[in-house]
Design a protein around this ligand. Structure first.
Ligand SMILES: *Cc1c(COP(=O)(O)O)cnc(C)c1O
Length: 399
C-alpha cells in the first residue's frame, strides 16, 4: 500500500470522526474496574448520559455494538409469542424486525416505501383496531440511517395516546442521539436504544438502553431468556457505579470526554443546530447538482445524513469507488432494497463547516470524474448558505 498524504474523510453515517481529545482520553492505562477510581468514572458517565437522552430514568451501558442494545430492549421486556408493531422505514428497521422474529416475537410489520418515516396516523389506526391489546410494543427507528429520514417520535407518541393503548414504546436512536433533538421522557419512550459510534463521537463498542419505570416493571414478568443483556443484573452494581462484568473501561474514558464536550462546552441545543445547518447546506448542494434527495417529506429530513438517488443507469458503488480512489473519502453505500441506487453523505458527529465543504467538493468532483450527469454549482450553493449563516451570526453578535 502507498502512503496517502493528508487526512482521510470518513463521511459515512457512522462510525463518525472521533475527535483527537476523545482519542487522547481513551489512551490512558486501564484501571481496576472494582476500585474507587473506576467507581467515580462509572457514576459520572451514567449520570451524564441521562442529559443526552433527556431523561431522569435509568440508563444502561453495554460493551456491545448497537445491535446488542436492540436485543437487550426486546429480551428484557417481552415474552415468546408477544405481538409487536413495527414500521418498514428502511434497512435498519428491517434488521430490527428480523431480530424480533428470530427471538420468537410475532411482528406486525407495516410496509413502507423507504422514503418516509413512521406515519403517526397508521400507528393510531393499528392500535385503535387492537381492542384486545395483543400488541405489547410499538417499535420505531428515529433516524433511519439507510434513507436519511427522521421519524417524528413526538407525533408517534401522541398517536399512541390517542388510541389509549398500553403498549411499550421502543425507539432506536443509534444514529440520532446527540445529533438530532431527542426526548426520552417528554415523548414517553419506554426503551431508547443508542450506540457510541455516531453522534456520541466515540469508536464503536458501547451501546445503551434508556429505560422507563414501565419498561422495568414489564421486565418482571417478561419470559424471553436473557443473561448477558439482563437489566436486572446491571442495575445492582450500577447503583454504585460498577458493572456486573468487565466494562469497556477505556471507551468509558472516551465517553466521559465526549459528554463534557457535548453537554458542558458546546451544549446539546447548539450541537443540534450545527447538524441542522450542515444538513440544509448539503441539501442545497444536492438540489443544485440536479440530483434527488431520497427523503420525500421535508418535515422528515435527517440532520445526520443525506441519502441521494443516483441518476438512472448509474451505480453508486462505482461512484463511491471513484471518490475513495481520488480523494480518500468514504461515503455511505446503498443498503438493502436500495443497494446500488443511493449514496449517503454523513454529516454528523465531530464536524464543522470546512469539513463539510471538503466533503461536498469531493462529491462534486467525484460526480464529474465518474461521469455521473449533474450540474455544477452544488458546492457554491452550500458555501452561499454557510457564509450567509455566518454573516447573520456576526450581525447578531454586533447588535
Ligand atoms: C448503525 C445503526 C444500527 C446498527 O448498529 P451497530 O452498532 O452496527 O450494531 C442500528 N440502527 C441504526 C438506526 C443505525 O444507524
Amino acid at each position: 500500500m502507498n502512503y496517502t498524504a493528508g487526512r482521510h474523510f470518513l463521511q459515512i453515517p457512522g462510525p463518525t470522526n472521533v475527535p483527537e481529545r476523545v482519542l487522547r482520553a481513551i489512551d490512558q492505562p486501564t484501571i481496576d474496574h472494582r476500585g474507587p477510581r473506576f467507581q467515580q468514572l462509572g457514576q459520572e458517565v451514567l449520570a451524564g448520559l441521562k442529559h443526552v437522552f433527556k431523561t431522569k430514568a435509568t440508563v444502561i451501558i453495554f460493551p456491545a455494538s448497537g445491535t446488542g442494545a436492540w436485543e437487550a430492549a426486546l429480551v428484557n421486556t417481552l415474552s415468546p409469542g408477544d405481538k409487536v408493531l413495527m414500521f418498514e422505514t428502511g434497512h435498519f428497521a428491517s434488521l430490527w424486525q428480523s431480530m424480533a422474529q428470530r427471538l420468537g416475537l410475532v411482528v406486525e410489520f407495516v410496509a413502507g416505501d423507504w422514503r418516509h418515516g413512521v406515519d403517526p396516523a397508521a400507528v393510531e389506526s393499528r392500535l385503535a383496531a387492537d381492542k384486545s391489546h395483543a400488541i405489547k410494543a410499538v417499535m420505531a427507528v428515529h433516524n433511519e440511517t439507510s434513507t436519511g429520514v427522521t421519524s417524528r417520535i413526538g407525533e408517534v407518541r401522541k398517536a399512541i395516546d390517542r388510541a389509549a393503548h398500553p403498549a411499550l414504546f421502543m425507539v432506536d436512536t443509534i444514529s440520532s442521539l446527540a445529533s438530532i433533538d431527542y426526548r426520552h421522557d417528554e415523548w414517553g419512550v419506554d426503551v431508547t436504544v443508542a450506540g457510541s459510534q455516531k453522534g456520541l463521537m466515540l469508536p464503536p463498542g458501547l451501546s445503551f438502553n434508556a429505560v422507563s419505570d414501565k419498561a422495568l416493571a414489564a421486565g418482571k414478568s417478561a419470559k424471553l431468556p436473557r443473561s448477558y443483556w439482563s437489566w436486572e443484573e446491571m442495575l445492582g452494581p450500577n447503583r454504585n457505579g460498577f458493572f456486573p462484568y468487565t466494562p469497556a473501561t477505556n471507551l468509558l474514558y472516551g465517553l466521559r470526554e465526549a459528554l463534557k464536550m457535548l453537554l458542558e462546552e458546546e451544549g446539546l441545543e447548539n450541537v443540534f443546530r450545527r447538524h441542522d445547518r450542515h444538513a440544509e447546506a448539503t441539501r442545497r448542494a444536492v438540489r443544485a447538482w440536479g440530483l434527488e434527495i431520497l427523503c420525500l417529506n421535508p418535515a422528515e429530513y435527517s440532520s445526520a445524513l443525506t441519502a441521494v438517488l443516483m441518476p438512472e443507469g448509474h451505480n453508486e458503488a462505482e461512484f463511491r469507488k471513484t471518490v475513495l480512489a481520488h480523494f480518500d473519502m468514504s461515503l455511505g453505500s446503498g443498503l438493502g432494497k436500495i443497494a446500488n441506487k443511493v449514496f449517503r453523505i454523513g454529516h454528523l458527529g465531530d464536524f464543522n463547516d470546512l469539513m463539510l465543504c471538503g466533503t461536498l467538493c469531493g462529491v462534486e468532483m467525484g460526480l464529474e470524474l465518474a461521469g455521473v450527469p449533474h450540474q455544477k454549482g452544488g458546492v457554491a450553493a452550500a458555501l452561499d448558505y454557510l457564509a450567509g449563516g455566518t454573516a447573520e451570526k456576526k450581525t447578531a453578535k454586533a447588535a
